[in-house]
Ligand binder design. Structure first.
Ligand SMILES: [Zn+2]
Length: 223
């Protein structure tokens, strides 16, 4: 087993998840899977001519790798850019501030554990993101779960307190919990196709990721 972000070979338990965190760089399972997915699905798209890639909530583990992979067209944004001092992060609120980007502007859009922080319906958000994708472009992303044994629950922004959100959605700033209907929505979303993340159980094991954990979604717009 080795960490594909730093090359470290020691892993430690984190929040009862066995071997979740790399002892050397502190990456979690989803960061290691993300890099593997980017190498398979993003790298071929960004080679050659100049490309634009939007990364929301740009985690440092991935930021540095993506910056090298994409070059000058790598754009980061967040509603709270002060949380990402390693990045030159634009301060943008989704969805209203994203109107500044024309249709088809980005070759790829990347986000991990972002959708559950956005008030409103996930379907509206997925459609708003994919509007900005160029033909053949990909949105590569992950969410907590998703919890395939149940339906999504949304509306955390209407709860009165962080304590209620913590109880209902497992984190104070989570507005939703995504379930089986979320995956179904992605499969049926018009104008593109949901692809497999391509990460086998064996690759997960080599990255110290438990079987089936940290699934990624790759949605490609029709060319
Ligand atoms: Zn590491």
């Amino acid at each position: 087993m080795a960490c594909n972000i730093c090359g470290g070979t020691d892993f430690e338990d984190y929040r009862d998840r066995k071997g979740e965190r790399c002892t050397d760089c502190s990456s979690k399972a989803r960061h290691r899977v993300a890099l593997m997915v980017y190498e398979a699905h993003l790298l071929p798209l960004v080679q050659g001519a100049e490309k634009r890639v939007l990364h929301l909530a740009p985690e440092q583990f991935l930021h540095d790798k993506l910056s090298d992979m994409v070059g000058a067209g790598y754009i980061t944004s967040d509603a709270s850019p002060e949380r990402y001092s390693h990045a030159e992060c634009l301060k943008l609120y989704f969805p209203q501030d994203f109107d500044l980007f024309p249709d088809g502007y980005f070759t790829a859009i990347l986000h991990n554990h972002v959708l559950e922080h956005i008030p409103g319906h996930y379907g509206d958000h997925l459609i708003a993101f994919t509007r900005m994708l160029a033909p053949g472009g990909k949105m590569i992303f992950s969410v907590p779960g998703p919890y395939l044994d149940r339906q999504s629950v949304e509306g955390g922004e209407h709860l009165a307190s962080d304590a209620e959100r913590l109880e209902k959605f497992l984190q104070e700033d989570h507005y939703k919990m995504l379930g089986a209907d979320f995956v179904e929505f992605l499969r049926n979303m018009e104008g593109g196709e949901l692809l497999s993340d391509g990460i086998t159980s064996k690759i997960r094991e080599q990255l110290s990721v438990r079987p089936g954990k940290a699934p990624f979604f790759v949605w490609q717009k029709q060319s």
